[in-house]
Design a protein around this ligand. Sequence first.
Ligand code: SF4
Length: 416
Amino acid sequence: MPAIPQLRRVNVRTPEVMQLVQAEVEVHYRSRIVDALRAAGGTLTIANTTIRLAKQFGFCYGVERAIDLAYAARKVFAGRNLFLLGEIIHNPEVNRQLREMDIRFLASRPSDDELQALQPDDVVIVPAFGAETAVMQQIAERGCATIDTTCGDVMSVWRRVRDYAKRDFTSIIHGKSTHEETRATASRALGDSGGGHYLVILTLDDCDAVTQYLAGLGNRDAFLARFAGSVSEGFDPDTHLLRIGVANQTTMLKSETEEIQRRLRTAIETRDGSPDNFLVFDTICGATQERQDALFDMLNDPMDLMLVVGGYNSSNTTHLVEIAEQQLPTFFIRNASCLESLEQIIHFDLHQKAEHSSYTDKLKGDGPVTVGITAGASCPNNLIEETIVRVFALRGISRDALEAAIPAPPTPADAA
Ligand code: SF4
């Protein structure tokens, strides 16, 4: 059997490189206005307009690290071909910046032509979501060096599903089967031998289809048709649901994941009379949970309108929208340009899965208006700043007036 080629991983985070990277990242994504507002408690009222920021929003530690590594790679490998597997994170602004730095984009599952074009001297960046084992293998076979930015929280999910496979448990993964992270996790659920199995479920309805099958009420062909594309090769619900271990994409809605865990556990206990054939590990990451908790917290106070800023394909941002729209008019916008006027907002409709321009009367008039703003883990602060500036501008408040109203950052003397 031929030897399996090893990936050539490279460490680019030397202190000298990171100093240069930090300076560049600050210029591209930092916002003095957002920093000052955060330091002042997150609320700013000018005349009859109030902006409230969630206590936690925007870039998480995993995203910051992935961006740092991509920028560092560009510096260390100046002049070399640098490729990215898919998107570094789900934010168009960040991906645009990387394109401008001459980082080329491959598909997250590269085509044969893309793979054949890779040369040993080329460098491939693996995004924060990770990549499927087969793709990593193909890159190794091309002899390329890799910069792996996979978030540690994603890797801890991989450890969990590998362990399920080792113990002969099928992984039930709560996630989106087409999402890069879930595809990467599913590939690890096959285990080191490759003989493990997985089933990806997205909704509570999907979960109920599984619990019905566990209760002996399902139809095998209908089950396999329903989950086509979301199961491992050779998956058979009659044999591969005997022992199940639940894991989840790190960015899911926590309450839904917990409900899925509860329903599956109950179904196994009812079938077997014991929970011995059920394993679970909550793999929602800390950053996702903090942003969801902060949003629930801010929704305790009345607001007129909520703006959630981020890439439309961002999973954690999508869940923030789902939470907020239960309670007040909520618009999922990609940047400030979506605020077309006081009455028209371009936004992504999660239910219709399309971008629309919708009418709202919430920003109109001379009366007081409070706008809440939050953002997912992949949204840079400069986009939040532009949104804040735009809301005030629409309400007749200039950037100069906004700058003047921002509290000064605390000085060392204040802290003494
Ligand atoms: S959202 Fe969570 S899992 Fe994803 S990069 Fe951020 S910290 Fe890591």
